[in-house]
Structure formats: structure tokens, C-alpha cells
Design a protein around this ligand. Structure first.
Ligand SMILES: [Zn+2]
Length: 430
């Protein structure tokens, strides 16, 4: 059961109170303004439109609203409380990672197992080696100043690599959030919603109902989910795919795509999904939420990232063949799932010595694989039918949504023994 530890909850609330929201917003603006400029340069200026961003106060949430639909003038909305939550995770992840390495045998046990006992990329520290150049260019100076302060302080538990990890994860989680919302816009999801609600020319979409703050408990799962829910859930997977692809391209375009940043990208995306888990049960029954279960969302996004990275590593001749590429992405996936799963459990979940695997991690095991696949298969017809329309009106040329859909189909065909199975090396192990 996804049981919240009340003491841990109090600690999180106390941490939130200590965060200087103004400085966090300033830092976030550096990242988000760059993403807004990119979106306008590559998409909206071509249609005479303009994208902007708002960071309002209120319960953690994100969404999109439109000042106009033709020409498109979307406004991406990310609540400040969501940004400070992201900041809090980025702040603590390297610390907990270090603790896991120093105070438990988790990593040693992993690295003693073949093939990782002879794997050159396996890193023995909490986070991989990070250089100043791995940090966003406009945040690099601030990051190195903070890093120097920590290194001067004898009693500081952080070194420069931990500080860089904080900056990078904060940036990647923000970028992923922005690109998820942008995905809804690029795929023009308002058209599906407007058809259903008869709205005219104005659309406001928030990821979570505004009253969600009071609904912060697991739902019971609908036995018979309505079609509208399933279509909306399919669109969330589609927006996730766009977010995954654009975040990966974003890291690559800044010349920072390498093993250490790729590991942090997996960790960042996993942190984002696990953030939503407290609203869900510890099972993979179809829910009546607007979003599919976060464990399914993570599984599908990771599969796409791993599929993309396998191709990239081979094409760039960074590894000799797909078999080696599979080893690299598998190590990163296993390690990221392990560390983020334990990170979340240590921060939120009620646990004792008999608890075994943390709740979310149990959903990622083989025992839940059939349910995971059933959930995905249930959504496939809704993905197929909406993708047929999105393909005609997508705003960004060169998007990789067809590749994503082909990956899903290939995995499904491979499972059903229909031949033409996908390369299994692109799929993260469960
Ligand atoms: Zn969404």
C-alpha cells in the first residue's frame, strides 16, 4: 500500500517552508524563458502566434490556456509550488543517493551481479562525475559559486558534483514539465476537448482538477472506466512522448548529451512520475483519473527514451553494436529506477524492516508485468484513433510521434507473437 509516513510528510512541509521561492523562481525563469524562446522561434512565430508562460501561486499544478487559438497564443502555466517541489527533489536527490551508497550495500550488491561487475560505465558514487559544462550555460556560474562554497566548508556533506547534480536535475525536471504541456499544444489536444464540451475558441486545461489539493489520496480505481477517461489518458501518454523526445533533443542541442546527463535525465523523469503516485493505488487497475497510472507512464516513456538512445549510441558509433547499446541503457535504467525508487520511499513512504521493496518499485517488477501490458493494450485503440488525427494537424515538423507509435505497435506485436518483434535491447527491463 502506498502509505504516507506522517513524520516524513511534516519534514517535507518544513523543507518547503525553508525554500526561498523567489530565488527558485528566478532560477526557473532562466530555464523556462529559454524554452519559451525556442518554442516561438521553431513553432509559433511561423503561424503569427506566440507562446508565453505564467507562474501563478496555488496548489502544485500545470496546464495550458489559450489567449487565442488562431493564430495560436498558448500560455503554459506552471504553478510556483510545483516548481519549488521540483527544486526540493533536486536539492535532496544527491544527498539521499550519497547516503544509499555510504550507508547501505544497495549499490555494491548491484555491482557484484554480472554483467555489471565488468561493466566500464558502472559508477561507484551516488551520482556520476559531472563537469561544469554539464550545467545549463546561464546557470553554470551560479552553480560553481555554490559548489565552491560547499567545498570550502569543512562540515558540508556536498561536493561540487552534488551541487551540479542539483542544478541539472532541476533544469531537466522543469524542461520535461514544460515540454509535456507544450506536447498538449503541439498536438492540439484542445480540439478533442472542444468537440466534447462545445467550447468556442477558448480552452483552459489544467493537469489536475483545481480541488485536487483536498483529493491527495489514492483513488479506488474504476471498474468500468468511461471512454472519455481512456481517451484523455491516451493523450497524456502522447504528451509524455512529446516531452521525452523534446527533452532529449534539448539536452542534445546544448551539446550535453553524454552518459552522466543521460543518467540524470532518467532520474529526473522518474522523479516526476513518482511525484504523482500518491494519488494512486498500489495496483495497475485502470483508474478513472485523467492520467494513466504513473508507473505505466514511466514505463512507456522510458521505453521510448531507451529505444531512442540505443539508436543514437549505435549511429554515433559510441558503442560497437546494439548489444553494447542495450547494456548501457539497461544499466542506466536499472540504476535510476533503484535510486529514485528508494529516494521516494525514504522521503515519503511509511516503511519498516518488513516492508520489502518500496510500493512503487513493486509495481515495476515482473509480478505486475501482465497488468502493465493489459493497461497499455487497453489504451492502444485510443492512442491509434487520436494519433490518426494528430498526425494531420501537429504543429512541429520533424516530430517523432510516428516513431513512438511504431515502437508501441512493435512491442505489442512482439508480445503477441505476430512476428516483426522490436529489438528488445531498447526496452528497459522490469
Ligand atoms: Zn498532461
Amino acid at each position: 500500500m502506498n502509505k504516507i509516513d506522517q513524520l516524513k510528510q511534516l519534514r517535507l512541509e518544513e523543507e518547503s517552508r525553508l525554500i526561498d521561492a523567489e530565488s527558485v523562481e528566478e532560477c526557473a525563469r532562466v530555464v523556462l524563458d529559454g524554452l519559451v524562446n525556442w518554442s516561438n522561434r521553431h513553432v509559433f512565430s511561423k503561424f503569427g502566434g506566440e507562446l508565453s508562460i505564467e507562474i501563478p501561486l496555488g496548489a502544485p499544478n500545470a496546464g495550458v490556456k489559450y489567449a487565442a487559438i488562431d493564430p495560436p497564443k498558448p500560455v503554459v502555466v506552471i504553478y510556483l509550488s510545483m516548481i519549488t517541489d521540483i527544486y526540493r527533489d533536486a536539492l535532496t536527490f544527491p544527498l539521499i543517493s550519497r547516503q544509499l551508497v555510504d550507508e547501505t550495500d544497495t549499490l555494491t550488491a548491484l555491482h557484484e551481479e554480472p554483467p555489471w561487475n565488468k561493466f566500464p560505465f558502472a559508477f561507484p558514487s551516488g551520482v556520476p562525475e559531472l563537469r561544469p559544462g554539464h550545467v545549463h550555460g546561464d546557470l553554470s556560474l551560479a552553480c560553481e559559486m555554490v559548489a565552491a562554497l560547499h567545498e570550502e566548508r569543512q562540515q558540508s556533506k556536498l561536493d561540487a558534483i552534488d551541487v551540479r547534480c542539483r542544478f541539472i536535475m532541476f533544469e531537466l525536471m522543469l524542461a520535461w514539465t514544460f515540454f509535456h504541456e507544450l506536447g498538449h499544444v503541439l498536438q492540439r489536444h484542445y480540439r478533442f476537448r472542444m468537440a466534447a464540451t462545445n467550447q468556442d475558441r477558448v480552452d483552459v486545461f489544467l493537469e489536475w482538477p483545481e480541488s485536487h489539493e483536498t483529493e491527495d489520496t489514492a483513488d479506488t480505481g474504476a471498474i468500468e472506466p468511461v471512454q472519455g477517461d481512456l481517451a484523455a489518458q491516451a493523450r497524456e501518454l502522447m504528451a509524455d512522448a512529446e516531452a521525452m523526445d523534446l527533452t532529449l533533443k534539448y539536452v542534445h542541442a546544448s551539446g550535453r548529451l553524454c552518459f552522466p546527463t543521460l543518467y540524470l535525465l532518467y532520474c529526473s523523469v522518474s522523479c516526476m512520475y513518482q511525484r504523482f503516485y500518491r494519488k494512486y493505488e498500489e495496483n495497475l487497475n485502470i483508474t478513472n483519473h485523467r492520467h494513466p497510472h504513473p508507473a505505466l507512464r514511466e514505463q512507456v516513456s522510458e521505453a521510448f527514451l531507451s529505444w531512442s538512445m540505443s539508436d543514437y549510441l549505435v549511429a554515433r558509433k559510441l558503442v560497437p553494436d546494439r548489444e553494447h547499446a542495450a547494456l548501457v541503457v539497461t544499466y542506466i535504467t536499472v540504476r535510476a529506477n533503484l535510486f529514485v525508487g528508494l529516494f521516494r520511499a525514504s522521503r515519503i513512504e511509511a516503511r519498516d524492516e518488513t516492508s520489502g521493496l518500496p510500493s512503487y518499485m513493486r509495481l515495476q517488477t515482473e509480478a505486475h508485468r501482465a497488468d502493465m501490458l493489459r493497461y497499455q493494450d487497453t489504451l492502444m485503440p485510443y492512442i491509434e484513433s487520436q494519433m490518426a488525427q494528430v498526425r494531420q494537424w501537429h504543429l512541429l515538423p520533424g516530430n517523432r510521434m510516428d516513431e513512438w507509435l511504431e515502437m508501441l505497435r512493435a512491442h505489442q506485436r512482439g508480445r503477441m507473437g505476430g512476428g516483426d518483434a522490436p529489438p528488445t535491447d531498447g526496452e528497459p527491463p522490469r
